[in-house]
Design a protein around this ligand. Structure first.
Ligand SMILES: [Zn+2]
Length: 322
């Protein structure tokens, strides 16, 4: 069933100039300040159609935004899928063979699988191994405000607070299978200082999403003191720090049928005061909010049987707003 789609307000930049890079891996460039400090990595186009990340990285390259301490690596992760982006069919190039953000378990990377994305993940892996702090830029299929996703560890929350953007930090859970890059062993281990954060910068093709991607990147790098205040102030859309809210995932709905609809056009972060509120129908069965003060996270009206259609969350803490 065709669903209404959004206008393409952004232009996918030509990333061919970044192919050679300087790391020996295509579309990966590392800038070394020559001074001690953390190794920060910012990834774009992990999903080929989420072009906000390419816009943010292109901006850093073109404006010579470079580390003043430590190292900065910029990677166009699924460049092959990205290069297939067609504004007439903008959902078709999320991946080529498989989702590259579901392969980051050691046993999968070391296993016999041989897809385009697995080969790419394997060539990125030695670089990822040297990264202290990762920011993976993504976008969503709904008009949702920007979210920062992490696996719920204290070290991540601390960094997310230091970054100060976006306004909503979603504490999920470590995945045991189908791991994202932020679930990769070094980041998922609470005994290390290393962190992986995933930013959902807004709706895939909205102009504001590209602004959010760049803002998140600049705040991430400034929070780590990898870029200086002058570069930050010159390029960030608004230097003011906004209040933040921590949400903890409480559950999710995996569809039992291919016949699923939401009761309304949810975009994410809708709040339901009462448990048991019907928000969808899955093959004739009601889908309800599981607890009071329930917040919807990342609704996917396109989900089919076996896929996750929605996550639920509750507010853990909120900064004093207003
Ligand atoms: Zn994505």
């Amino acid at each position: 069933m065709a669903k209404r789609d959004f206008p393409i307000e952004v232009t996918a930049p030509d990333i061919a100039p970044y192919r050679a890079g300087n790391t020996g891996v295509d579309y990966v460039t590392t800038f070394d300040s020559g001074k001690p400090g953390p190794h920060a990595m910012v990834n774009g186009v992990t999903h080929g159609n989420e072009i906000c990340g390419a816009i943010a990285l292109d901006h850093l390259f073109r404006h010579d935004i470079r580390p003043v301490r430590g190292k900065l690596t910029l990677a166009f992760v699924n460049h092959a899928a990205y290069r297939r982006f067609d504004p007439a069919r903008p959902r078709d190039n999320r991946r080529i063979d498989q989702d590259i953000n579901r392969v980051w378990a050691d046993e999968v990377l070391d296993g016999p699988g041989d897809t385009l994305e697995l080969r790419r993940a394997r060539e990125l892996r030695p670089i990822v191994e040297t990264v202290d702090h990762l920011l993976d830029l993504h976008s969503l299929g709904t008009n949702c405000p920007a979210l920062l996703l992490c696996t719920g560890q204290a070290k991540e929350t601390e960094l997310a607070r230091a970054i100060g953007f976006p306004a909503h930090i979603v504490l999920g859970q470590k995945r045991r299978s189908r791991k994202r890059m932020i679930d990769y062993t070094p980041f998922a281990d609470p005994a290390t200082h290393r962190t992986g954060l995933l930013a959902e910068c807004g709706q895939h093709w909205a102009r504001q999403t590209a602004v959010n991607a760049l803002d998140t990147t600049l705040r991430f790098l400034r929070g780590l003191a990898v870029i200086d205040t002058a570069a930050f102030a010159e390029h960030v859309s608004s230097p003011a720090r906004a209040p933040q809210r921590l949400l903890r995932i409480t559950g999710s709905v995996e569809l039992q049928s291919d016949d699923f609809t939401f009761t309304d056009e949810f975009h994410g972060l809708e709040h339901f005061p009462d448990a048991g509120t019907v928000i969808g129908r899955d093959g004739g069965a009601d889908v309800v909010t599981p607890h009071d003060d329930c917040i919807l996270v990342m609704p996917n009206a396109r989900a089919t049987k076996g896929m996750r259609a929605i996550r639920f969350a509750r507010v853990v803490t909120a900064d004093q707003a207003d």
